[in-house]
Design a binder for this molecule. Sequence first.
Ligand code: GLU
Ligand code: ZN
Length: 291
Amino acid sequence: MPGHVTRFAPSPTGRLHLGHAFSALTAWNIAENSGGKFELRIEDIDTGRSRPEFEAAILEDLAWLGLRWPKPLWRQSARLPAYATALERLKVTGLVYPCTCSRRDITAALSAPQEGAADFDGPVYPGTCRGRRDAPPGAAWRLDLAAAIARLGGPQALAQLVMRETGPVAPGVHALDAEALIAEVGDVVLARKDIGTSYHLAVVVDDAAQGISHVVRGADLMVATPLHRLLQALFGYPVPVWHHHRLIRDESGRRLAKRDQARALATLREEGATPADIRAMLGLRTAAVRA
Ligand code: GLU
Ligand code: ZN
């Protein structure tokens, strides 16, 4: 069996903290232990929030941790044509529709490029624009979920589409559930009007293009996996294994956020921590010394 190909996919919207280090090192270890490959992907499609200086800091922090990745650097901002091509495939098969509902509505459904924000706990889109056949300029494009489920053969066929999960949160083989998708995910935006794509579309296109065999990320993103699995089926992409890891929390049990300066890797480094200390703080064994 070939080695696992994993990735760390940070959004350059802040400094890395211990939670990111855990994610990156977990992905690195899974690749390393299988004789595979670790990929880095900068998820900088959210141009309003991404900053080159954060990208530079992320690269510095990861290199300091001892991680290496293939060159040239994979940036989502350079991949917009690939996302447009994928969207076009959904357009010609009638699985997306244009939506001009309010910005606020769209932002709520679309907050995923933010850290851990692939939670669909906003209201499921009510389908106001479903069935539209025009293509107004400046529209967002939403997945017609019911049409997509039908295209894949209906709820029973969908239940044959499985997700293999090796992470500690819910290990095992899970099946897609049409009812749950409709109730919890709904007609999500696949292309924002400002950037022509979304977190979900970009991540699915890129995981396939980068040949990712094991998607390693925080348990907060687990909720996005059924949608990603469905998109992979629609596109005929290879299906990765998922490994959702636990989240690193502060003393009060809250998930770390980019505002937690105290746990920023840069701060810990300035205070004298070594990469081995970081691994120890995270309960990860020290990297084997490589010849
Ligand atoms: N860019 C996303 C984040 O920073 C991670 C996406 C993923 O791992 O699927 O939360
Ligand atoms: Zn609409």
